[in-house]
Design a protein around this ligand. Structure first.
Ligand SMILES: [Zn+2]
Length: 243
């Protein structure tokens, strides 16, 4: 465990000693703690950009959600792959709750690694714990206020949307809380739908229904238009989050 402190980005100072083990009152805001792997932390802006995009995407929820940065980085056996993202990291969080070297929040523990976000599985997310690859690309992202709500395809855009997608799962959202909109020749997939929208029809069917949880239809697999990556949660997703 690297003891370096991260003061850049959201709320590192606020997290010092305040949200340690010992539980939170149930009416506390839901906390998202962003952890960087040692290698992810080598990109100066990875942590701050991740926090800023999470903060921006979750701003409509108001004070119900709070994003903070972990004080320490996480030493991993590898930066990607199912074994690390879906097994090793959840186990570290679980062990941390009973005294391991990771001090988890009782909210969401979201790990960002230096893995390749174009290789599957690129991320992992289930209630309270998530992992997402692509730190070096997230570090290159514009600030949320300078980035449009939807982006042309880029690996940085994919990695940032993936971060929001996996965090959404950790907050209890499913793919059915996503949506896709078609206007002005653009097809914009929200984070919980992501690039599943453009998978071949038979693959897409495994991940997406024809309508989302709020009854909004998704465009058919044959829809034409420029593919855009949305960085805003859908109203259906925001409505399902704690507030
Ligand atoms: Zn998913």
């Amino acid at each position: 465990m690297n003891r370096r402190a991260f003061l850049a980005g959201c709320g590192a100072v606020a997290s010092l000693g305040v949200f340690g083990r010992g539980g939170l009152a149930s009416d506390d805001p839901l906390r998202i703690r962003v952890w960087l792997s040692d290698r992810a932390a080598e990109y100066d802006r990875a942590g701050s950009r991740a926090c800023e995009h999470l903060d921006s995407a979750l701003a409509p929820v108001g004070d119900g959600v709070r994003v903070t940065m972990a004080e320490e980085t996480v030493t991993l056996p590898a930066e990607g792959g199912r074994q690390v993202l879906a097994r090793h990291w959840p186990r570290r969080v679980l062990e941390g709750a009973v005294g391991g070297d990771v001090d988890p929040t009782t909210g969401v523990n979201l790990l960002v690694t230096d893995g390749d976000p174009t290789e599957q599985p690129a991320g992992y997310g289930r209630r309270y714990v998530a992992a997402s690859t692509g730190a070096r690309y997230i570090a290159e992202m514009d600030l949320p206020e300078e980035a449009p709500g939807n982006l042309r395809y880029s690996v940085a855009g994919v990695a940032t949307q993936l971060l929001l997608h996996e965090c959404g799962h950790a907050l209890g959202l499913t793919h059915a809380h996503g949506r896709a909109t078609v206007s002005d020749g653009r097809v914009v997939a929200s984070p919980m739908v992501g690039s599943y929208l453009w998978r071949p029809a038979e693959v897409r069917r495994r991940y997406l229904d024809e309508t989302n949880a709020c009854g909004d239809p998704l465009p058919p697999p044959t829809v034409e238009g420029e593919r855009r990556l949305g960085l805003r949660y859908s109203p259906c997703a925001l409505g399902a989050l704690p507030s």
